[in-house]
Design a protein around this ligand. Structure first.
Ligand code: URA
Length: 229
């Protein structure tokens, strides 16, 4: 496994009593559709253009029947930070871009608070299509989409993944604990070992502003892992 944290970072995190965890299985490898193929070949050999085209024409799960359009991901493809959320909502389905509604505006402000512009990071979701009525993604939908996100992570190779919300955190880390239990430690994504920090979903923070203090601590932890941008 590639080591993404320097000995200095590991020492500092240990001194702060922050545990570093590794997940047992990568997102796609644990899912039935990990061997996904797109027109250009196996999904894990795909370039950006082919991947984007494969996603926009994807009919691998039932969500293609109700979407307005797919929501591929947006931002800097050489980013140090990759932000991963759950799935497009109504605004994102309409505009084709992740996190553009009220929750997205809060996410943009949260990033700005740690010195990052939205354009500095790469933002994607576990699912590329909106689940009707914003219901939770189903296992087979996550499985159908997993190879696309895995390839995006591989190509970006970020220094840090910020998992926002329960669905993102649980699927990326193959865990079923709540965000309150997963936040505050540094996890590792799959075989690559890319550090993952978990925080609350901005939609939840809009409903529970008292938790913003914890989200700020999560962002500071993420910044300490990613280092200066
Ligand atoms: N919530 C998410 O998790 N992702 C989006 O893109 C929008 C809202």
């Amino acid at each position: 496994m590639r080591e993404f944290l320097s000995p200095e970072q590991l020492g500092m995190l240990r001194a702060m009593d922050i545990q570093v965890w590794r997940s047992r299985t990568p997102l796609a490898a644990s899912l039935p559709d990990a061997e996904a193929r797109v027109p250009g070949g196996p999904v894990e050999q795909t370039d950006w253009q082919t991947l984007e085209a494969a996603v926009s024409g994807c009919e691998r799960c039932v969500l293609h029947t109700s979407r307005t359009q797919t929501v591929f991901g947006v931002g800097n493809r050489s980013a140090d930070w990759m932000i991963i959320g759950e799935a497009p909502g109504a605004d994102e389905d309409r505009r084709g871009e992740p996190f553009v509604g009220k929750a997205g505006q809060l996410l943009t402000e949260m990033l700005r608070a740690v010195g990052l512009a939205r354009e500095d990071v790469y933002i994607a979701n576990i699912l590329k299509c909106r689940p009707p009525g914003n219901r939770d993604p189903q296992t087979e939908e996550v499985a159908a989409c997993a190879g696309y996100l895995q390839r995006q992570v591989e190509m970006i190779a970020p220094k840090l993944i910020l998992a926002v919300g329960r669905i993102a955190a649980q699927n990326l880390l193959q865990q079923n604990q709540p965000v309150g239990k997963l936040r505050g430690t540094i996890h590792a994504y799959g075989a690559s070992g890319i550090p993952v920090v978990v925080t609350y979903h901005p939609a939840y923070l809009l409903r529970s502003p008292g938790q913003k203090r914890k989200a700020w601590a999560d962002l500071c932890l993420a910044r300490s892992v990613a280092g200066p941008s």
